[in-house]
Write a protein that binds this ligand. Structure first.
Ligand SMILES: *Cc1c(COP(=O)(O)O)cnc(C)c1O
Length: 533
């Protein structure tokens, strides 16, 4: 081997050259800044046609700028979603404290599997998980948890514990023909189906309970379903409540569900199903849990205070959950992946544990702290703990309170301004959160009367199809006519989760997720609707 050539490769790619690295990073930052002066949109179209056609790898070793040049075409001209005009859900702007945390993490590249590979990063995970658990459960004695790849996987952990509680030994022996079921609401995220499919329960054994008009699981129907399943010989492994549904921000009554599960377990002498709460989006409200609405130290507006009080009532139920999913990469303005699975009582993790004999790579692992002994993943990135703790501690509790309160305030304003229009109907007036889902019908229609007819079951199939068609047509017209430089971008959902008489409710959707969105943008949105219809 040509040793000089080899040494050149090692020097270029394995010796840290801070000026070279910061220069490339500065160039990326400049490119991003330049993009932010453009209206929100994808400026470079995709080119899947030949994406697979020329998968060549460069022949000769290059340098770090080749790395830059390789990824740059996929970086430049793509929307970074930092514009305040983005009111779609799921992806919002990540905060820059999170970026600082992420970069620090990438420099050390820890692996959270065990202490040996993580150095001190496992400590940071314990800190992050405890901080989040304290927010959710209000200082319960013994919470614990881990960061995972996403809300789906965090929910999977909850379901997996439920299976083991209702069928001990399933980890080793499988389901052995025992009939197991899981329960969610009709407004729950589709990840419930992925999980029951992947865990071998089968998607058909996930039962979706209808919700009321506030997108909360109907407790009467939950109680009925538990009895029916029990009569049919099923064990219910878990009930996954949703705290903040993806579209409309409905929140299930966790305390009510707890009561039903406990009394069911007692009557039938069975273990209570795992009560997991999917708070992937809704957890962020917990920053307001202890806000003093009497003293009002942050001078929230008088209209906001009743909303904060309602949030606080809803949060009380979270303390009764067995486990919770939170996604920092959703409403936490954090980087992917930043999801945490948190248990209220650490001892519940024993349902997931494996022995040191099962994990020969980690013979030094200590079951008191090494997560590899119970996590699904083997290697696990530390981005979650780094980005979350960096964000939590630099923004600070009151910083978070202001960010969350502001998005509630803006959502409320948008709801009120839309509800004033006869041909509009806000579908989630009763939920407190950053999302707004609503109908816009052609002018002259009485949207509220149509909604009432729908709830009462008075809407014929033809009228249902006609109105839902109109709602979509008006949406498409706005999309065509909107000025991308000035008009907010919205999304459209075909079902908000509440399904009166089995009918899906489609809706226009906006999420007040971007802290830079302001009243002027919302007022223009409402004016635009008035001019459209
Ligand atoms: C997004 C979402 C999930 C899934 O989370 P991922 O991080 O995308 O896997 C689960 N539940 C709810 C309510 C969500 O909104």
């Amino acid at each position: 081997m040509d040793r000089a050539h080899y040494d050149q490769v090692v020097r270029t790619f394995f010796n840290c050259d801070p000026p070279a690295i910061s220069e490339i990073f500065r160039e990326f930052l400049l490119a991003m800044q330049a993009e932010e002066t453009l209206p929100p949109a994808a400026h470079m179209t995709q080119n899947y046609e030949t994406a697979a056609a020329n998968p060549e790898i460069h022949l000769l070793p290059g340098n770090l700028k080749d790395a830059r040049d390789t990824v740059f075409p996929y970086f430049w001209g793509t929307d970074s979603w930092s514009s305040p005009l983005h009111l779609e859900n799921v992806k919002g702007p990540a905060n820059y404290a999170s970026l600082v945390g992420a970069l620090a993490c990438l420099l050390k590249n820890p692996n959270l599997c065990t202490d040996t590979y993580s150095q001190r990063s496992n400590e940071l995970e314990v800190k992050a998980v405890t901080a989040l658990a304290n927010l959710l459960f209000y200082h319960t004695k013994d919470p614990w948890g881990v960061f995972t790849m996403g809300g789906t996987i965090s929910n999977l952990y909850g379901a997996r514990i439920g299976i083991e509680k209702s069928l001990p030994g399933a980890m080793q022996r499988g389901l052995q023909g025992v009939k197991l079921a899981g329960i969610v609401s009709e407004a729950a995220h589709y990840s419930g189906r992925s999980i029951t499919g992947w865990l071998g329960l089968g998607t058909e054994n996930l039962h979706a309970i209808p919700t009321d008009a506030s997108m909360a699981m109907r407790l009467d129907l939950l109680a009925e379903k538990l009895e029916t399943l029990s009569r049919e010989g099923y064990r219910v492994a878990f009930v996954c409540a949703t705290f903040g549904t993806t579209d409309a921000f409905g929140t299930d009554d966790v305390a009510g569900i707890r009561r039903i599960l406990d009394s069911f377990a007692q009557q039938h002498s069975v273990p209570a199903p795992q009560l997991h709460v999917d708070a992937a989006v809704g957890w962020v409200l917990s920053f307001l849990a202890e806000y003093d609405t009497t003293q009002n130290p942050l001078e929230f507006s008088p209209e906001l205070l009743p909303l904060v009080q309602r949030v606080q009532q809803g949060l009380v139920g979270l303390r009764l959950a067995d486990s919770v999913t939170i996604d920092f990469h959703k409403m936490g303005w954090g980087h992917y992946p930043g999801s945490a699975f948190i248990v209220n009582r650490r001892s519940d993790l024993r349902y997931l544990s494996r022995t040191v004999e099962d994990t020969p790579y980690f013979s030094e692992a200590d079951s008191r702290r090494d997560p590899a002994l119970f996590t699904l993943e083997c290697s696990r990135p530390a981005l979650g703990p780094y980005t979350v703790m960096a964000s939590l501690n630099s923004i600070g509790l009151t910083g978070w309170q202001m960010l969350v309160a502001r998005s509630l305030e803006l959502a409320q304003r948008l709801k009120q301004n839309l509800e004033r229009l006869d041909y509009c109907k806000v579908l989630n007036l009763d939920t407190v959160g950053p999302s707004v889902v609503w109908w816009v019908l052609p002018q002259g229609r009485d949207a509220k009367a149509i909604y009432q007819d729908m709830i009462a079951g008075r809407l014929s199939t033809e009228r249902y199809h006609q109105y839902t068609h109109e709602i979509q047509k008006v949406f498409e017209r706005r999309e065509r006519e909107a000025d991308p430089k000035l008009d907010a971008r919205l999304s459209y959902t075909t079902s908000i989760g509440f399904r009166p008489h089995g009918l899906n409710l489609p809706a226009w959707k906006a999420v007040l997720f971007n802290p830079r969105t302001d009243e002027a943008i919302l007022d223009r949105l409402v004016r635009g609707i008035e001019e459209l219809s």
